[in-house]
Structures are given as C-alpha cells and as structure tokens.
Design a protein around this ligand. Structure first.
Ligand code: BG6
Length: 476
C-alpha cells in the first residue's frame, strides 16, 4: 500500500495546497488504488478532528489520518513506524512518500531521524519544500545530510513553479515550434523581464518570512527557475538528467555579481502601511525595525554564446497592485526604420492568471499615409480548456509517486543557484546600511527600481496592460 506522510500537516501549505492537490488526484483516480495519507505535526488532533480541520470532500476523508508528534525529537519515529504498519497492514511498509511541509529549520533533522528509525527504505521517497538551505554552505550541508540518508533518485526538491502548466509550456513553446528558436538569442532579443508579484502580504507567515525575505522565498528558486526555462539550450532529449543538465548550465553561466551590480543593479524594498493595508513591520511575528525585503528587483546577465549582453531583469514583491507571473521578451527594433512604428516587438508569456501568450507587432493602419500601429495576437489557455485548479502540486506529487524527478531540482542546481545569490546575502549582511526602500502597500514597489530600466529608455512592463481582459485583477 502507498502511504504519504506529511510533516507540517497542521500548517497552511497542507491545507491550502497539498490537500486540494491530493484530492484532485484522488477524484481523477490518479492515486494508487490503495493509499493512506498520514498527517504529522505537533498540534494535537485525532483522525476525526484532523479531518474536520482539512474538511476533505466526499470519501477522500476516510484516507486521511493523523499522528501528533514532535518531528524534532527522535522518540516519535518508532510510533510513526508502528502507525504506518497498522495503516498499511504491512510489517515493513516500503512504498512511502515523506513530504516536508515544515519550517525549513526541520529539513535537516527529519531525514536523520527517519534514518535512525530505519524508515529510509529502498522504495521510499522524500519531497522537501524550498528554500533548500539559506545560503550555499547550508545547502551543501543539507545535501550531504540527504545523501547520507537517501540516494539522489529518492530525493525530490520541490519548486512548485516547475509544476505549473504554463512554466512547462515555455519549453513546449520554444522547442516544439520552429519559428521562435532561431530568434531566441542575443542577435534578436534586446532584454527580458521576469515578473512574479502578488497582491497579498505575508499572511500569517511572519516567523518564516523574517528569516527568509523575498530573495530566499522567491528569487533563488522560482524566479531563477523561470530564467532557466527561458534561457536554456534545448536538451538532447526530454529526460530528467538531460533537462536538468541544461538548467544547471544556465545557473553556472550567470555572470557573477560585481560590487557595482550589488550597489546599483539590485533594489530591495519593504511594504509600508497604506490605507487599510498594514505595513510589513506591523505584521505578526515581524520585528518593528525589520530589514527583511518584501520586494526585490535586479538585473542579471548570462555569460554564454546565446545570451551575452542580454540583460534579464527579475522582480518579485508582496503587496503589489496585482498578482501576476509573466515573462516579457523584448526583441530588437528593425534595423532600418521606414515607418514610425512605436516600439519593438514583444512576446509576453503570461504564466498566471489569464494564462496565455501575446505577440505585439506593428501593422499598417488602414487609410491614407503609412501609419503603423501596434497590434496584438494572443492565445489564452481557456481555448484549451483552461488550467486545472491546483495543477502544480498535483502534477508534482503524481510525478514523484511515479518516480519521475524531471520537474524537481537536482542537488547541483540548488548549489549553483545559491553560489550566484550568496554574494547578495553576504553584501546585505556586511552592509546593513545598504538601502532598503519603503513602498506603500498596493503600489509597484520602490521608485528606485525604475532606474534599472533606464538604459532601455523604458519602464517595467505594467502587467495590467498586457492582456486586454486582465484589468479585473488589478486594483490600480
Ligand atoms: C511560495 C512562496 O513558494 O510561492 C510564497 O513561499 C508565494 O511566498 C508563493 O506566495 C507564490 O506561489 P503562487 O503559485 O501562488 O504564485
């Protein structure tokens, strides 16, 4: 029998993301026929009260169980083993999937206790949430711990952005079509923007976020992953290792940050109170003088034949005017300007919401003269039936159950990414006086971030203006 054990089962991630994902797999009969889900956390629940907390749909609830234990202490793990034996009816259950939805401080402890209790069995897998480590040395240490307990084939470092249909579609768009790839390089592309912003604050996660900040929470994993999908070379075949080799190559090609970059090409911000919205420092479990960044914008380069000289601008922030994730590819202007075409071509990959793609180009305005106007050609996922709710976690959990690690982060990728971002963290640590700009909640972040775009005579693309039917997501 298959058993999924969720550490951190009383938390937000379990209720908001993991359970809906499991339920959607269950409903579509994509889970193994015989399965149990065992929630584990310190909070006291019985099976019944845990089910009440989760409020599962229909018969799914009968598969849910709960064990109250402190994952930091070794004692509970023998009980865990006994409980798994009772639930599966097997003397030594092996088909186990441990999911670590706990605070990151427990990522190192749990596998060691699993090992001591003999729960690291050959067919067992473990999914670990991000951020994996809080800098390069800690990630290396964590990788060493995991390697001493499991084989790499059993370790699934999750970055749920890779589970998103639209992130995977970047690969389909680039490599299933003949027309984009010839243009996808420094000869035709001027610069690229990667934006993942949200209109929520940190919700109830002050304790976690204080130790994390936007760089560890979003940039080191999700944003750089999107950069990799946009910038990578086509893998020779679409297999786990060949695909992940190409991701690592992008990370290893990131131009190391210089002091000038650290001073001038990175802008960090923190939201301040505005109207009914609380400021970051007013949030629960946040220090009154916190210097944790809730916004970051930076310019990065990729030193290889395809991308040399093409800047990638990435930004993420909490309490922005809208929630949107998108990549905007700015093509170079036509080499000879015959018409007064207002701007170069852009291709917008909208990952969420209003998932789709827009190509902007110039067309002659009907009538006398030669007035060229910018028009849009767009595709939205609605035409393919839309994106299923909760798709990312469902897809990734299913892949893990089936033993497919393609869309999970390999140990060398995690380390390569930290290697690139560590200097930023070190710089902020060594220079606590480095600017941290306030921005009123509900705005587009510090005005200083606009300066990053000046070399292109441009502003950051306003996502609210991209897809014609997006205004409903904006509160401008
Ligand atoms: C998580 C971050 O990994 O991603 C959160 O910890 C963030 O802070 C979330 O809100 C965004 O994910 P999505 O899928 O809602 O865009």
């Amino acid at each position: 029998m298959f058993a999924m054990i969720i550490f951190g089962a009383s938390g937000d991630l379990t209720k908001r993301k993991l359970m809906p994902a499991l339920y959607s797999l269950y409903k579509e009969q994509r889970l193994p026929e015989q399965f149990v889900v065992l929630g584990v956390a310190r909070t006291h629940y019985t099976d019944e009260s845990f089910r009440e907390h989760i409020q599962p749909e229909e018969t799914f609830g009968t598969h849910l169980h709960y064990l109250s234990m402190d994952p930091e202490q070794p004692e509970g793990y023998a009980l865990l083993d006994q409980r798994l034996q009772a639930l599966t009816g097997e003397a030594q259950p092996d088909n186990l999937l441990f999911y670590l939805a706990t605070p990151p401080s427990l990522y190192g402890v749990i596998p060691q206790h699993l090992k001591s209790a003999g729960l690291n069995r050959p067919d067992t897998r473990i999914i670990v949430e991000k951020p994996f480590g809080y800098n390069l040395p800690s990630a290396q240490q964590l990788n060493a711990v995991y390697a001493s307990v499991f084989e790499e084939r059993q370790i699934y470092r999750i970055d749920h952005f890779l589970g998103k249909e639209t992130a995977q579609n970047i690969l389909a768009m680039r490599f299933a079509n003949g027309i984009f790839e010839p243009l996808w390089n420094r000869n035709y592309i001027d610069y690229v923007e990667v934006t993942a912003v949200e209109n929520l604050g940190i919700e109830q996660r002050g304790g976690y976020y204080e130790g994390s900040g936007a760089l560890r929470d979003m940039v080191q994993n999700h944003l750089i992953q999107l950069v990799a999908l946009t910038a990578m070379e086509p893998p020779a075949r679409f297999t786990a290792d060949l695909f992940r080799n190409e991701v690592v190559k992008v990370y290893e090609s990131l131009t190391p940050l210089t002091t000038e970059d650290l001073n001038e090409h990175i802008v960090r911000g923190q939201y301040t109170a505005a109207g009914a919205k609380a400021g970051y420092r007013d949030e629960q479990n946040v220090a009154a003088d916190s210097r944790t960044e809730t916004y970051i914008a930076m310019k990065i380069g990729i030193d290889n034949w395809r991308w040399n000289g093409v800047p990638f601008y990435i930004r993420t922030g909490k309490q922005m005017p809208t929630k949107v994730t998108e990549i905007v590819v700015h093509f170079r202007e036509a080499p000879h300007r015959m018409f007064s075409y207002p701007g170069a071509n852009t291709l917008i990959l909208r990952l969420q919401p209003n998932e789709g793609m827009v190509l902007k180009f110039g067309m002659k305005q009907p009538g006398s003269g030669f007035n060229v106007k910018q028009v849009e050609m767009d595709f939205t996922y609605d035409r393919l039936g839309g994106i299923p709710v909760g798709d990312a976690y469902a897809r990734l959990i299913e892949d893990c159950i089936q033993g497919d690690p393609t869309l999970f982060t390999r140990s060398d990728a995690v380390e390569a990414s930290w290697r690139f971002f560590d200097p930023v963290l070190d710089y902020w640590k060594e220079h606590p006086e480095a600017p941290l700009y306030g921005y009123p909640a509900g705005t587009w972040g510090p005005l200083e971030s606009e300066a990053l775009m000046h070399e292109h005579d441009a502003d950051w693309t306003n996502p609210c203006k991209n897809l014609t039917h997006t205004e409903e997501y904006c509160e401008l």
